[in-house]
Design a protein around this ligand. Sequence first.
Ligand code: KIV
Ligand code: ZN
Length: 521
Amino acid sequence: MATIDKNRVIIFDTTLRDGEQALMQSLSSKQKVQIALSLEQLGVDVIEAGFPISSPGDLQSVREIALALKNSTACGLSRALDKDIDACYEAFKGVDHYRIHTFIATSDIHVHDKLRKDFDDIVEMAVRAVKRARNYTDDVEFSCEDAGRTPIDHLCRMVEAAISAGATTVNIPDTVGYTLPYEFGGIVKTLFNRVPNIDKAVISVHCHNDLGMATANSLSAVMEGARQIECTVNGLGERAGNTSLEEVVMTMKLREEYMKGVYTNIVTENIARTSQVVSGITNEPVPSHKAIVGSNAFAHSSGIHQDGVLKNKQTYEILTPESVGFKENNMHMTARSGRHMIKAVLEKLGYREGSYNLDDVYSRFLKLADRKGQVFDYDLEALLFLSHEMEEDTLFELDNLSVIAGGKNIIPTATVRLKIGKRTRTESGTGNGPVDAVFNCISRLTGFKFKLDNFVISAKGSGMNAQGQVDVDLVYEDRHYHGKALSTDVIEASALALISACNSIYRARIIQEEKQEKENA
Ligand code: KIV
Ligand code: ZN
């Protein structure tokens, strides 16, 4: 085990595993790599990239992430089964340094009712799994799933056995978010008092937020000696989510003295941007009142508060917005800005050259600047996400759109022209509103008879500078598809979002056809 300063708390981010597993739809490899690179720039120590055995696509994206990372350690999850551990190895083949994270449940309810085994069998499986993983890498983490509800004697026995078998990190999850801070800290304290070889591994914690205790429980464990926290950006994760990275990191920073000098390697000024990147890509809005990263987290509304802040900010502000990276870009980006400027702003926002296509982003930027006048940081980031998505195969492209929105005694009418491969086709139609009219035309042009499941318009940016983001969820032949687009014109954004979803249907069909051909061959 590499020696790490005894006060340093390792940040293990599981946004791409526990977080992703809770999303309505899965992310593409490209999107996952983009999030992973943001996490790396944030200074995350270990990035849990996925669960390789769960699907060939997941294995591939874990691999792509591991190959893209330079400083953070990539980690793959596995049950305590040979085939899972081998799938992790498969994903990491040729990667310099990586972690295999293997787990098995230890609470009575999970052992007896879910796994239908005895605790002795569970210990044996855990030991075997850790040993197998150690044949592949010297960085092995073992988790006692549902540790929060595991009888303490069993937990002590399991932790000792996992460390003896070679686990370098042992994780104590409160899988169902059941414990209270004092109680959870007490579990970790008991482990330190009773497990004889505990100094041979890093003790980690992984808390869920079912009772809203995840941050408090994680920090309570750190006070008792845990030195790794597993967490997610914006607190994404199963059910009520996981411990939120920004909350534990900023608490340890702000209350370092109270917390006996613990610290992390997180570059806190990158927190706001990472939160926005994760929210943009996962399509999970950050609640405005979310601690640290919510849009309201540093706003003062009441007269008394405003008066206090004007006299001395610290009256109502324990953290500065700048400390987590909320700052306005002071470079004005307009249609007169050159490629160098855009590259410089993207660099400042933390995007390495090579992780995006400058020509593509720049041409999209110019189109937006023509319409919008001034372009802001968040617009540029949105263009980046969209341009990544556009790299995939597309069949349909919007060529022209004109709409009569409606009014008294006027029926909303749209005319849509699409490029479909090498051809161009036009349809006109009516609807119960302008968006409905546009969607009817697109449905006829693509030939896809989908059911619209969800349609959301949200503002990206604030006030007069905002753009409209449209998200559509479709159901087509029992599968869900999602499309997203941004424009200063929400009807155009709606058309583009629907077309993006139709392109996903098209891609899914191609994959299906290729599969069928292979099976028939
Ligand atoms: O919540 C949990 O117990 C987990 C484990 C796989 C670590 O996510
Ligand atoms: Zn979990």
